[in-house]
Design a protein around this ligand. Structure first.
Ligand code: ADP
Length: 963
């Protein structure tokens, strides 16, 4: 709440609070003081009463003791006798010292001031001490009475002219009791000085005190006489006299018979607390008193402190409340300031609302006369503000609306507010539809009408448009060839167009009692629910689905449904609009298509060729797995569906990638072409590539590529060619062999036939005959050797060559070979040297000696054949588990290209020497066959013109030594 006061309110509450607290503090202090005072007074009264009692008892005691002294002395017969004797016989002066001594002992022992012995005539007969032997005037006057006494008596306080101090006398009548005398023969007067014994008894106070005292008084006529020394008045005994009637004087009250503890005023006129008692058996009254001032001294000191505390407390409370009030004032002024600011802001705010408000705002009096109008009103009605002010609101109303004005005013009056739609008219005659929100306001007790008029031209227009659009929608909905239905949030049909009804075979009325679920095929309901939730949650803008519906006649149809949401102004779901297209025919066609597609797919997959179908723009349309397998293409490349990716991937595999790519490029420019070519791969594979245009209605739309792996076929072909070539070669070799053999056989046969004929010639000398027989023999041997070679190779070829393993003395066999060849071959130009690799005793091995010797003989034979001069070395050495044999010559050598071939059958290096020396070309073949048969291998190292070295190995097997 914002206060409208200009000044902060008087803090009455705080003031009252302050007064109450202060008064309470003072009252509490006062009550405390009072209670303390009463308590102290009470304590003091009790104390005084107790002290007074004590004193009275002591005084009474003292008096009793004195009387007892009198009785004791009066009844002391020997003493009385002695005194009697002394008084009755004046001559008996001799007794005087004893008597004086007795009297002296009395004064000494009993604390009597002096003792006087008086005879019956009143004459002092003995005294002690001497200086005090005077008989007081007071006592002298009473003598006749005293002599009549039977027992001792204590006089009251009295003064005597001849005695300097107030005193008392203990008078003891001296009676000879043993003689049964009635009258006393004398008196013994013991003078008591009260200052010595009685006054200290009265004056002593049991506790330390500055003003406490007790005193004795007695009454003399209407006077009160003070009997003892007073604390505050010296020499007052028997001198100070006060009237019995003094109201507040404790002494007076005592003699008046008041025995109590009271407040009074003592002989000084000071306020005192006094306790009064009568001393029994005497005319005395005891007053014990103490000054009020002393009683309340500590309390008065305390009270000063309490007053200071109370003042401080009140000041503190005052300060606190002051601070509170100050804070309150600060808050008040701050709030005031803030409220002022708010007020200012509010005013500005309202000013700007009025000024810039989009609505017309009028304030009219009860007669609808405008008294205030905002800028918008001026602008809308195209007139001056002053013109508007004072105008009746009815002048601004459109003609047809004036009648309603009175009605509106009545409602406004009754309810206090009203909202209605009406129309204003401008100066130029334009009608503006408005919505008026009017309110009755009270300003200073006078009623006004405030109306806010909103131009609703646009809204009206929008409403019209909406109406139109709704009409249009209704028309589209109703007349649409597409099946359409509108459902509520529960998917219950609200409206269905005729196409929809026709599609499902129901009437619209029937459908209105249905929900979509009731004619949706059960298989699709669950999926629908999830998607509808997504649609509602705006995860998807539209829900499109293809599903089956059940018609009224039970036939299942296919529908393509698109469902959208119609929301209200609050963005809440109001309706669902479903458009359903009957796609049963399409679905059927699709099923057919799928069938044929699957057929194509199966066909594609079952072929051994890789197939790739690409459309006119290089997009991969189809391919089979064989294609991917052949091209080793990963799924990822095919997933791009891009022909260029596939080409990029395969290029590296090919030997001629450029040709491959060019061919493809070429075909893009010529879509009608049919091609076939071969693709060679770096890994040796060969593909046949065919391509064929894919045509639809005679027009090329793409291309089908097929790839066939013909690697195997190519290899078989090559093998076939090689085999053929080999057969031809073999044929050629055989021809050469036959040619050779026939030549080799013919030559010795001619010699044999020729020289055999010459043998029979008569003119043939014996020497010639011998020579001819030698030639015939050599030729026969040569013929035999040729036949042996042919037989050996035939055995090897047919697998009939058998091994005959037995012990062999290698060194000795080699030596005989050496000898054999050294003897046989040109010993003058060629030296044959043997090098054995093992000592003789170790040179016994297990092998087929015949075959080994044949191998070595063949090799040495060749060496001698192809060496014109130099050395032929042969021998062996041991190497691991083998024996390595060698035959080395310094002959013509063998070109390197023939190093392998010379081991083939019938092969001869075509040179003069071969031709000259003949030979079948079988020797090395036999060597190779035998060495391999014996478990070794043979090879050659040679250079033409430098010589040849044949090496072969044999397993080194020694005979088993018998155990
Ligand atoms: P041939 O019976 O023709 O000698 P081989 O099979 O023994 O048949 O030899 C085949 C061919 O190898 C010979 O014709 C010859 O050309 C060549 N040849 C063999 N040994 C030697 C060698 N030591 N020096 C040069 N050429 C040789």
């Amino acid at each position: 709440m914002i206060s409208h006061r200009q000044k902060p309110a008087t803090p009455w509450l705080l003031i009252v609070l302050f007064v109450i607290i202060s008064a309470s503090a003072i009252l509490l202090g006062f009550l405390y003081y009072k209670s303390q005072k009463a308590r102290l007074l009470n304590d003091k009264k009790l104390e005084l009463s107790a002290i007074a009692d004590l004193k009275v008892r002591q005084i009474a005691q003292w008096r009793n003791e004195r009387v007892a002294d009198a009785i004791l002395l009066g009844e002391n017969v020997p003493f009385i006798k002695q005194l009697s004797e002394y008084l009755h016989s004046p001559k008996s002066k001799a007794l005087l010292p004893d008597i004086t001594s007795s009297l002296n002992s009395l004064t000494r022992n009993l604390d009597y001031k002096s003792v006087i012995l008086i005879d019956s005539t009143g004459k002092v007969r003995g005294n002690f001490p001497k200086q005090d032997s005077i008989l007081g005037n007071n006592l002298r006057k009473q003598l006749p009475d005293l002599l009549r006494l039977r027992t001792g008596m204590l006089t009251d306080f009295h003064a005597a002219d001849n005695i300097g101090y107030v005193h008392l006398d203990l008078v003891i009548p001296l009676i000879n009791v043993w003689r049964k005398d009635k009258n006393a023969f004398g008196l013994l007067a013991l003078r008591i000085d009260p200052h010595e014994l009685l006054h200290p008894l009265i004056q002593t106070w049991p506790v330390p005190s500055k003003t406490a005292e007790s005193l004795l008084v007695r009454q003399e006529e209407d006077k009160v006489v003070y009997l003892n020394e007073l604390r505050f008045k010296k020499n007052a005994e028997l001198v100070l006299v006060k009237s019995v009637s003094e109201e507040k004087l404790p002494g007076a009250m005592a003699v008046r018979g008041i025995e109590a503890t009271i407040n009074g005023e003592d002989y000084r006129g000071a306020s005192v607390v006094a306790a009064m008692k009568k001393v029994p058996g005497s005319p005395w009254y005891l007053v014990a008193k103490v000054d009020h001032n002393e009683v309340f001294l500590t309390l008065n000191k305390q009270i000063t402190l309490i007053i200071i505390i109370i003042i401080l407390f009140i000041l503190t409370i005052g300060l606190l409340l002051g601070i509170l009030e100050w804070n309150e004032n600060v808050r008040f002024y701050r709030e005031k300031y803030e409220a002022e600011l708010d007020h200012l802001a509010l005013r500005k705010h309202f000013d700007s609302i009025l000024k810039y408000a989009n609505d017309i705002i009028f304030l009219t009096d009860r007669n609808l006369i405008i008294i205030e109008a905002n800028d918008r009103a001026v602008e809308t009605f195209q007139c001056d503000r002053n013109e508007l002010i004072g105008t009746n609101i009815s002048k601004l109303r459109a003609p047809g609306t004036i009648r309603a004005l009175m009605q509106e005013k009545r409602i406004l009056d009754e309810k206090g507010f009203a909202t209605f739609e009406t129309a204003h008219i401008r100066r130029d005659g334009t009608i503006i539809p408005v919505e008026i929100s009017a309110r009755k306001v009270e300003i200073e007790g006078v009623s006004y009408f405030q109306s806010i008029c909103r131009d609703i031209t646009e809204r009206k227009f929008a409403e019209e448009t909406l109406k139109e659009s709704e009409e249009r929608f209704r028309k589209i909905f109703e007349e649409s060839p597409f099946s359409m239905a509108m459902t509520g949030k529960d998917l219950g049909i609200i409206r269905a167009n005729s196409a929809f009804c026709k599609m499902l075979g129901y009437r619209e009325e029937e459908l209105k009692s249905f929900t979509f679920r009731q004619f949706t095929h059960p298989d699709y309901i669950k999926g629908d629910d999830v998607s509808m939730l997504k649609l509602v949650a705006e995860e998807i803008p539209l829900y499109h689905t293809e599903k089956q519906y059940i018609r009224k006649d039970g036939i299942v149809i296919w529908g393509s449904a698109t469902i959208s949401i119609i929301r209200n102004n609050n963005d809440e779901v109001q309706y669902f609009l479903a458009m359903v297209e009957d796609i049963t025919l399409r679905k059927k066609a699709e099923a057919e298509l799928e069938k044929s597609f699957s057929l194509i797919k199966a066909t594609l997959e079952s072929t051994a060729d890789g197939i790739l179908v690409v459309d006119g723009r290089g997009k991969i349309v189809q391919h089979n797995h064989k294609f991917m397998e052949m091209w080793r293409m990963p799924e990822s490349v095919m997933e791009t569906k891009n022909d260029s990716d596939a080409i990029k991937f395969v290029m590296d595999q090919l030997i001629y990638p450029e040709e491959f790519v060019n061919q493809i490029k070429q075909l893009y420019t010529d879509p009608e072409a049919t091609t076939s070519d071969l693709l060679e791969f770096k890994d040796g594979r060969v593909f046949e590539r065919y391509s064929q245009p894919q045509k639809i209605s005679g027009r090329s739309v793409g291309r089908v590529w097929s790839f066939r792996d013909i690697t195997e076929r190519k290899r078989a072909e090559a093998e076939l060619i090689a085999a053929k070539e080999k057969a031809e070669e073999s044929d050629r070799l055989k021809t050469a062999f036959l040619h050779n053999v026939s030549h080799e056989i013919r030559t010795p046969m001619n010699a044999i036939i020729g020289f055999s004929a010459l043998l029979n010639e008569p003119d043939t000398t014996e020497a010639d005959r011998h020579q001819f027989i030698d030639i015939i023999f050599q030729s026969g041997s040569q013929l035999l050797s040729i036949i042996n070679d042919i037989v050996d190779i035939a055995n090897v070829e047919s697998g009939q060559a058998k091994l005959n393993i037995k012990e062999m003395n290698l060194n000795s066999c080699l030596r005989s070979l050496d000898e054999q060849f050294s003897y046989k071959e040109k010993p003058d130009v060629i030296s044959i040297n043997l090098k054995t690799g093992l000592p003789d005793e170790e040179s016994v091995i297990m092998t087929d000696s015949t075959k080994l010797i044949q191998v070595l003989s063949n090799l040495i034979n060749n060496a001698t054949k192809f060496t014109s001069e130099g050395n032929i070395d042969f021998g062996y050495k041991r190497k691991d588990g083998y024996l390595e044999f060698f035959v080395k010559d310094t002959g013509i050598g063998i070109p390197p290209e023939h190093h392998e071939k010379i081991f083939e059958r019938f092969f001869q290096v075509d040179n003069l020497i071969s031709r000259k020396f003949g030979g079948t070309g079988l020797g090395l073949s036999i060597c190779k066959a035998y060495v391999e048969l014996l478990g070794g291998r043979i090879w050659v190292n040679s250079r033409p013109g430098e010589g040849t070295i044949f090496r072969f190995t044999l397993p080194y097997k020694i005979p088993e030594t018998p155990q």
